[in-house]
Design a binder for this molecule. Structure first.
Ligand SMILES: [Zn+2]
Length: 286
């Protein structure tokens, strides 16, 4: 439920962006909206602003003070909060490690596949467990063969290339539990599977978005070569922050262009829109 003193459409958005303050801090007239969900509090308030003629809700994934490590993020609350203000298309930019030498720092890769190696995260709304508000979700199984929105992916790749950033179209994002980086053996294993990039936050964002019928598009920025793809000392957090900081402006520009290139909510006709395929959710969806 959104609570804010401003009225009407100012507290609604049709696009959500899960990413840090670098993406919205300079926007004028940003409206801060506090949202509580049946799953608890999201990482922070939502920050609503206008981008490219669209109303966008930004949510700092790790909190505005970056106080939440990847395994402590309340992913269910985050996606629920975005959906509850009206967002039906979500962009999830994130930092990743490259698993192949050609995906060096500064590479933008828009994955089309996902491997889940997380361990402790709630990754479904449909777990059959009674919620605090008394509603009981049914156990429901969604199709997840294609975890990302094909329309959003196309917009992301096309927009980046138009801006002169030769985005990699497709690849597999493997999501690890973190917060530590991979060992050399894990990294070599990930690379040997043919996977492309490794991160800590892409899952369960994508599957929770799917359960709610939201379009979700991952945009990964390579900040380092992962331990097995590099011959150096392995990844340090400092290096990651440096590369991210030097690319965040460019990523924001592309992200904003992607927002403008997304279809109107009413025109969505992709595979994301009917995830339950007739199965009854048992709970009221946002
Ligand atoms: Zn979609």
């Amino acid at each position: 439920m959104a609570q804010n003193s401003s009225s009407g459409g100012r507290t609604r958005a049709d696009i959500g962006v899960i990413g840090g303050s670098g993406f919205y801090s300079f926007l004028k007239g940003v409206t801060e909206v506090t949202v509580e969900t049946p799953y608890g509090s999201p990482s922070d308030s939502l920050f609503l602003g206008d981008v490219g003629g669209r109303r966008v809700a930004f949510l700092p994934r790790h909190g505005r003070e970056h106080h939440l490590p990847p395994h402590k993020i309340n992913y269910r609350a985050n996606l629920w909060a975005l959906a509850s203000v009206g967002a039906r298309q979500v962009l999830g930019p994130c930092a990743v490690g490259g698993l192949r030498a050609q995906y060096g720092p500064g590479t933008l890769l828009v994955p089309d596949q996902l491997v889940d190696r997380t361990k402790s995260r709630a990754q479904s709304y449909f777990d059959g467990e009674e919620r605090a508000d008394g509603q009981v979700p049914n156990v429901v199984h969604v199709t997840f063969a294609d975890p990302y929105c094909p329309v959003g992916r196309k917009a992301a790749v096309g927009t980046a290339r138009q801006a002169g950033w030769d985005a990699v179209d497709g690849g597999t994002l493997v999501v690890v539990e973190g917060p530590r980086f991979s060992t050399r053996a894990e990294s070599l294993w990930h690379a040997a599977q043919g996977w492309s990039v490794v991160g800590m936050t892409g899952h369960p964002e994508a599957v929770l978005a799917r359960e709610l019928g939201l379009c979700y598009t991952s945009m990964t920025l390579v900040t380092d070569l992962d331990a097995g793809a590099d011959t150096g000392e392995g990844v340090s957090h400092e290096e990651v922050l440096e590369v991210f900081a030097s690319n965040v402006g460019r990523l924001r520009d592309v992200l904003f262009d992607v927002i403008g290139a997304l279809p109107d909510t009413a025109d969505r006709d992709c595979l994301c829109t009917n995830p339950l395929g007739g199965q009854e959710p048992g709970i009221t969806l946002p």
